[in-house]
Design a protein around this ligand. Structure first.
Ligand code: NAP
Length: 458
């Protein structure tokens, strides 16, 4: 029988000074976990991590576990000049951007969870970090606790990524999931999300897709070695999704999810990329359909690796702090070893193609006049724009489906003699589909274009 030999402890370096900018949901969890795990972190880094200050706006606050009240300061500008590692958890563009620049100029490595800042100003910050020979890490900026950016940027650095597809915003996933489970309207589901703390009082960044678009930009930059900013991302939020859309999706065994999709698109002139965020129909059999509540999940398709799925909590104090602490340990180890980790890789510089060139499948729901020849006219409009149809289903909504006792409204008369058509296309360019829908709207036989939804994961 052999007995395990003790593993020698790593050499002990001088303490590394850590400055924390922000002590809210994530910052307070980072401070507490740093204090609780002090001994382990010290052993893993090879030097003690010493919290030297915590910048906040208001000093008057209840005690934060792990934070000596004497460390709180409102002078973030001064704090960043006396740290080896700065952890930015304030959010927003300014003063976070200026403080990160100042920290980098003073030779500090930086860890941040600030997706909005990186998606708009990442390149100038990466360049400053590179010029100073320090790290800028941001694992927590996308999908909270889920290790995703390091796998994309480092583990898959030898592979060829074709597609990244996922749910990266927990708030909208909670809202759409509630609508699917309960049949509620979006407003009701959103109010519930706010009551449970899954949505902010001002939910614009989430429901309009800004948050997911910033994350999609970061994912695409890493996956395709190309600079992609939030403004390059085609963005549609969830506010137009109705209970009727969700019920219609359920009727054909689909769910509606807000997806972030980053993909390599071959063109005649070489590869380009498409980056988009929008609601889409996903078959109930697809693994993304079973991502419930505020969870996140991301699929990565790479040539050699095949399909990979990353799943877990995409937000919250402790889960996000886990990713922040992982980065903190990584950059602190580099400091101890006297080097830096890999910097930005944007050599491929692929063009970001306009949404019109992105190809996908569509599900279109029309109210049409119930007369002979209508279907042929509609099929001709699709053919004219080069969009081929995979299937057509007709649902009668004429008088035989209306109970006159229940419905004496003018809409009843309008509904008489109409039919509902549900059309599914083969993969087609988004521009061709948009032109088809415009042409359909102008046909006198088409009374209403009720819904146009992209279909993914089929
Ligand atoms: P939060 O709860 O609003 O906390 C922000 C903290 O920053 C507060 O302590 C605030 O001070 C401080 N702060 C804000 N502006 C400041 C200024 N000008 N000077 C000094 N201090 C300032 O935010 P959070 O939810 O922890 O989010 C922090 C970052 O993590 C954001 O970039 C966010 O996008 C990202 N993130 C959050 C989550 C999550 O689940 N919450 C998940 C992933 C990523 P006061 O307390 O004095 O107001």
């Amino acid at each position: 029988m052999t007995t395990a030999q003790p593993v020698p402890a790593p050499g002990e370096g001088a303490p590394l000074r850590v400055a924390l900018l922000g002590c809210g949901v994530v910052g307070s969890a980072v401070a507490r976990l740093m204090s609780e795990r002090q001994a382990d972190l010290r052993a893993r880094v090879g030097a003690p991590l010493e919290l030297v200050g915590v910048a906040v706006r208001h000093l008057d606050r209840p005690p934060v576990p792990g934070v000596d009240p004497g460390l709180l300061t409102t002078d973030a500008e001064e704090l960043v000049t006396r740290a080896d590692v700065v952890v930015e958890l304030m959010g927003g563009i300014e003063p976070a951007k200026g403080l990160i620049q100042r920290a980098l100029k003073h030779g500090a490595s930086v860890v941040t969870a600030n997706k909005a800042l990186l998606a708009d100003h990442g390149p100038e910050l990466y360049e400053e970090a590179s010029a100073q020979g320090v790290d800028l890490y941001y694992e927590a900026a996308v999908a909270g606790a889920i290790p995703l950016l390091r796998p994309l940027g480092e583990s898959l650095a030898g592979d060829h990524v074709d597609r990244v597809l996922g749910i990266v915003n927990g708030t909208t996933n909670y809202v759409l999931d509630q609508m699917d489970r309960t049949g509620a309207d979006l407003e009701v589901a959103l109010r519930q999300a706010q009551e449970l703390g899954y949505a902010e009082a001002d939910p614009t960044a989430d429901v309009e897709g800004f948050d997911a678009a910033a994350k999609a930009a970061l994912l695409a930059s890493l996956a395709f070695h190309t600079r992609v900013s939030a403004s390059d991302v085609h963005r549609e939020g969830i506010m137009a999704v109705t209970a009727e859309d969700v019920a219609g999706a359920a009727a054909i065994d689909h769910v509606i999810k807000l997806l972030a999709i980053c993909e390599r698109l071959p063109t005649e002139g070489g590869d380009g990329i498409g980056v988009r965020v929008h609601p889409a129909l996903v078959p109930r059999t697809h693994p993304l359909a079973s991502v419930h509540g505020a969870f996140n999940a991301v699929f990565v398709e790479a040539r050699a690796a095949g399909q990979l799925m990353f799943y877990g909590p995409g937000a919250g104090g402790d889960p996000t702090a886990s990713a922040v602490l992982g980065d903190l340990v990584a950059v602190a180890r580099h400091k101890v070893a006297g080097h830096r980790g890999p910097g930005e890789s944007a050599y491929a510089n692929l063009p970001v193609l306009p949404m019109g060139q992105v190809r996908t499948r569509y599900h279109i729901n029309l109210d049409v006049a119930d007369r002979p020849g209508v279907l042929a006219t509609i099929a001709a409009a699709f053919a004219e724009h080069g969009v081929s149809l995979e299937g057509v289903r007709q649902e009668l909504v004429g008088p035989e489906f209306i109970d006159p006792e229940q419905d004496e409204t003018p809409q009843r008369a309008e509904a008489e003699g109409s039919a509902r058509l549900v059309l599914v296309t083969h993969s087609a360019p988004d521009g061709a589909l948009a032109a088809t829908v415009e042409a359909l709207s102008s046909l006198d036989t088409v009374r209403n274009v009720r819904a146009v939804l992209r279909v993914e994961g089929a």
